[in-house]
Ligand binder design. Structure first.
Ligand SMILES: C[S@@+](CC[C@H](N)C(=O)[O-])C[C@H]1O[C@@H](n2cnc3c(N)ncnc32)[C@H](O)[C@@H]1O
Length: 275
C-alpha cells in the first residue's frame, strides 16, 4: 500500500525499516480494520518509534498501541543467532523520548499508546493487552523473538497478524519461528516482503482469496460458474490467437511472401522513378 510521502519523510529518520516493509505494515493495519479483526496493536522492538508511527495511523478508537523496548540496545546473542549478530550487541540504542517525539509528529496522542521500557523478560510480566490483532516483532534475536511469540500469540484471534521483521536477515529470528511452530503445531501460510520481512495471518490455511477480502462473502455459485466459463473462453481465444500468430509468421518467412515483398518494392521503385 503506497504511503503518503509527507508521512514517510517524517518517520524515516526514526526507523531502520525499508519503505516496502513499512508499506506492508500499513497494508496489514488496513486489512485488520477492513476485516474488523478485534484487538490491540503490539510492537516488540520499538527502537526510535518509526514503525510504531506507521501502525499508529491505523488505530481505530477501539484499539491501543503497546510498545516494548529495552531502550538499552540489543541484548546478548546465543549460538542460534550466528556470529554476525555479535557485533550488534549493545547497538540500536534509542529513547522513550524519540518514540514520543515521532508519534507526536504524526498526530498520535499519548492516550492511544503505552510504552513499556525494559527487557521483555521483565516487562512481559506486567499487565498485557487483553487481545492482540497485530503483533509486530522486530526484536531480531532467537531468545527475544521466541519470548515475543510465546507471550502474545495466545492472545491473538483468528485473523490476527504476526509480522517478523528479520526472518530473512537473522538466523536466530528464523530459528525461533520454526521452534515456535514445532512446539505448537502451527503451520502458517508464511508470506515474504523483500529479503527480510515475513508475516502470516493466524488460522489462514490457503491463499485462494486475497488477504484484504478475508471476511467478504464468498462469490455465489452461479457467478462462480459464469466466471469459470468466461475464463475457459478467454483461454480458448488466447490459444486461437497464438495459432494465428504462428501461421502469420510461417507465411512471412515463406518463399512466396519474400517474392511478393520484393515485387511490391520493385513496383514502388519503378513508379517512383517514372515521376
Ligand atoms: C532493530 S531494532 C527495532 C527497529 C524499529 N522497529 C524500527 O522502526 O527501526 C530492535 C530493537 O529490539 C529491542 N530488543 C531486542 N530484544 C529485546 C529484549 N529482549 N528486550 C527488550 N528489547 C529488546 C532492542 O532494544 C532494539 O531497539
Amino acid at each position: 500500500m503506497a504511503l503518503d510521502q509527507s508521512l514517510l519523510k517524517i518517520i524515516q529518520p526514526y526507523t531502520m525499516v525499508t519503505q516496502d516493509r513499512l508499506e506492508n505494515l500499513a497494508l496489514l493495519g488496513k486489512y485488520l480494520n477492513t476485516d474488523q479483526i478485534p484487538g490491540d496493536f503490539v510492537e516488540c522492538g520499538a527502537y526510535r518509534g518509526g514503525t510504531a508511527a506507521i501502525l499508529s495511523q491505523f488505530l481505530e478508537p477501539s484499539r491501543h498501541l503497546w510498545l516494548y523496548d529495552s531502550f538499552a540496545g540489543m541484548p546478548e546473542t546465543t549460538e542460534k543467532d550466528g556470529d554476525a549478530a555479535k557485533q550488534w550487541i549493545g547497538k540500536c540504542v534509542a529513547s522513550e523520548q524519540d518514540v514520543r517525539e515521532v508519534l507526536q509528529l504524526v498526530g498520535t496522542s499519548p492516550e492511544h499508546y503505552t510504552i513499556q521500557p525494559g527487557w521483555f523478560e521483565t516487562t512481559f510480566k506486567q499487565t498485557l493487552p487483553q487481545q492482540v490483532a497485530l503483533l509486530h516483532c522486530d526484536a531480531d534475536w532467537y531468545n527475544s523473538v521466541l519470548l515475543v511469540l510465546e507471550t502474545f500469540y495466545p492472545l491473538m484471534p483468528v485473523g490476527g497478524c504476526v509480522i517478523l521483521d528479520d526472518f530473512g536477515h537473522w538466523e536466530g529470528c528464523r530459528e525461533a519461528f520454526y521452534e515456535f511452530c514445532d512446539r505448537h503445531q502451527e503451520r502458517p501460510v508464511l508470506e515474504r516482503v523483500g529479503t527480510d520481512q515475513a508475516f502470516w495471518i493466524k488460522g489462514r490455511t490457503h491463499n485462494r482469496v486475497p488477504i484484504l477480502a478475508l471476511n467478504q462473502p464468498p462469490v455465489p455459485p452461479v457467478a462462480q460458474a459464469e466466471l469459470q466459463a468466461s475464463q475457459c473462453q478467454i483461454a480458448q481465444l488466447q490459444y486461437q490467437i497464438s495459432q494465428l500468430q504462428a501461421e502469420i509468421e510461417a507465411m512471412r518467412s515463406s518463399k512466396f511472401w519474400r517474392l511478393r515483398t520484393q515485387w511490391t518494392r520493385l513496383k514502388q521503385f519503378l513508379s517512383a522513378s517514372r515521376h
